[in-house]
Write a protein that binds this ligand. Structure first.
Ligand code: ADE
Length: 301
């Protein structure tokens, strides 16, 4: 006699176009860094004609904490809403095997942007800007990273998705170094989100209104995007390095902002400063940012 097993809530959610057959998902033991809900592993999904594509697989066990389950389901919901875009790490599909929910996402071979930038500092083939200053990566490469992320974010903004954790560590690079926005664990599908719980937040990337009144919007994502630009031109630097949280928050309130990094030209720094305008409505939109970066990229080529 086989006992009746009560289906878990998420087993009902997976019906739809995002379903993968159990037999089409191949899991490996290769770990790909840590997600919020335990491990991310490399896998493959079989597609038509005997081909298989590499994927990053996040999993959720049926006996996980309720909080982790809700967060995981939220991320899956957001991923379905995001749809396909070349500058977003997209959902491939999900499937439930033996009480565990597996979510397969596009695999980004070159890893996260922060690690990539930091590794470039040690590169032997530095490029000389002039006879005494060298730069680990060409300006065009840096501007292209910035533009890729802005395209991805413009797509999210169009769909009223607030990312809430935009930072270089959450940008992944594919085999052609195309940058893709990832990690939707904290994302919300709302115009404005007010945080009520006391969970950990990425303070150094947060807008003033998020720090002081827990409010999040596409315009607070624009602030974080400005910090991400700063990370790009500092090759993975830590914002407000050496300062304590309370110290830099007070200085931000008084109007202090991160200084212009060495490899950052005036136009790019001006845009960063606009991302950090106190009034959210006065910051540029992602669409604005895209067209300005496109011009900067054309001028630098
Ligand atoms: N680590 C976490 N997510 C990943 C992804 N989608 N591709 C490669 N490495 C990852």
């Amino acid at each position: 006699e086989i006992p009746e097993v009560e289906p878990h809530a998420y087993e009902q959610v997976q019906l739809g176009p995002w379903d993968i057959l159990k037999s089409d998902l191949i899991l490996t033991n290769e770990k790909l860094g840590h997600g919020q809900f335990g491990q991310v592993r490399k896998g493959y999904v079989k597609i038509i004609g005997d081909h298989q594509i590499p994927v990053a697989v996040k999993s959720l066990k049926a006996n996980s904490f309720e909080k982790d389950k809700t967060d995981f389901m939220n991320e899956l919901f957001i991923l379905k809403k995001v749809g396909k875009h070349p500058n977003v790490v997209c959902l491939v599909g999900s499937c439930c095997i033996g009480g565990t929910l597996y979510v397969a996402m596009e695999y980004a071979m070159m890893g996260d942007l922060r690690t990539y930038l930091r590794r470039s500092r040690k590169s032997k083939k530095n490029l000389y800007v002039n006879y005494k200053t060298f730069c680990p990566l060409p300006q065009t490469v840096l501007l292209k990273f910035a533009l890729d992320v802005a395209w991805g974010m413009a797509h999210l903004a169009e769909r009223q998705i607030i990312h809430r954790d935009l930072a270089a560590r959450n940008i992944l690079l594919d085999e052609n170094l195309v940058a893709k926005v990832a990690d939707f664990g904290l994302s919300k599908n709302e115009d404005m989100y007010v945080k009520t719980s006391h969970t950990r937040v990425p303070v150094r990337w947060l807008a003033l209104e998020s720090l002081f009144s827990n409010t999040y919007s596409t315009q607070s994502d624009v602030w974080s995007y400005g910090i991400l630009l700063w990370e790009i031109v500092t090759f993975g630097g830590t914002p407000y390095h050496g300062m304590e949280t309370r110290q830099f928050i007070n200085m931000l309130k008084q109007g202090y902002r991160l200084r212009r990094p060495r490899y950052c030209d005036g136009a790019l720094y001006a845009m960063m400063l606009q991302c950090w305008i106190e009034r959210p409505e006065s910051r540029p939109s992602f669409a604005d940012i895209c067209s300005r970066l496109q011009r900067m990229l054309e001028d630098s080529q």
